[in-house]
Design a protein around this ligand. Structure first.
Ligand code: AMP
Length: 216
């Protein structure tokens, strides 16, 4: 099975939910730059203060900030280590810089799975989304409910709605996605690394399709 994988897709496409399940069921080393950034904001660190306005407005944090976070997390990794990224890279500049940094270290991306999804579906999904303030696991009030309402199944942390999950911010994030992130689809297709999952299906179907793509 491939071990260095990027999940690509608009906010609310279900890639975060699938990533969390892959982590739990297959032991993938899952990372989410959005979760790391929200943790920095909650901690009140210098980086968090720098990033908080971007997150609130649904805008992308500057490339250098995100690249520094990812490189820092992976720089101690052994060559040939695995990862499953949800939410990074999000711009062509990030993708190019990450390729240039990771390939010579034996950490280059092996496969990109694109979760294809319409804006209408994204809006519908995101209004019901809740996430754990402590471990970042993502739920949905009806589609992926926790065992106990308001509590994380993994760590019992409190489940809350993200401040950037309101309709107006989500519409803005979708526009930014189309402008900044969608070009990555062609970028990775040209590298022959791209596979596609139809993200309008249930989480279980997306999960099993993702699993079979990973095993190819
Ligand atoms: P997410 O949890 O992936 O939806 O990310 C939430 C927010 O974090 C985004 O709306 C951005 O403000 C920021 N963010 C996360 N990942 C990135 C990234 N790779 N590049 C720039 N900003 C990011």
């Amino acid at each position: 099975m491939r071990r260095r994988v990027i999940l690509l897709g608009p906010p609310g496409s279900g890639k975060g939910t699938v990533a969390a399940q892959l982590k739990n069921e297959c032991g993938f080393d899952h990372f989410s730059t959005g979760h790391w950034l929200r943790q920095e904001v909650a901690r009140g660190s210098a980086l968090g203060r720098q990033a908080s306005l971007f997150l609130e407005r649904g805008e992308l944090v500057p490339d250098e900030v995100v690249l520094a976070l990812v490189k820092d997390a992976l720089s101690n990794a052994q060559a040939d280590v695995g990862y499953l990224s949800d939410g990074f890279p999000r711009t062509l500049a990030q993708a190019r810089a990450f390729d240039a940094w990771s390939s010579p270290r034996g950490l280059g991306i092996e496969q990109v799975i694109y979760f294809e999804c319409s804006e209408a579906l994204v809006l519908n999904r995101i209004t019901g989304r809740r996430s754990c303030g402590s471990c970042g696991r993502v739920y949905h009030v009806t589609l992926v409910p926790p065992g106990q309402p308001g509590r994380c199944d993994d760590c019992a942390g409190e489940l809350t709605q993200r401040t950037d999950d309101t309709e107006s911010v989500v519409r803005k994030r979708f526009k930014i996605y189309l402008r900044e992130t969608e070009p990555l689809i062609d970028f990775y297709r040209q590298q022959a690394k791209l596979d596609v999952v139809n993200a309008s299906q249930s989480v279980d179907v997306m999960m099993s399709q993702t699993m079979s793509l990973l095993q190819r």
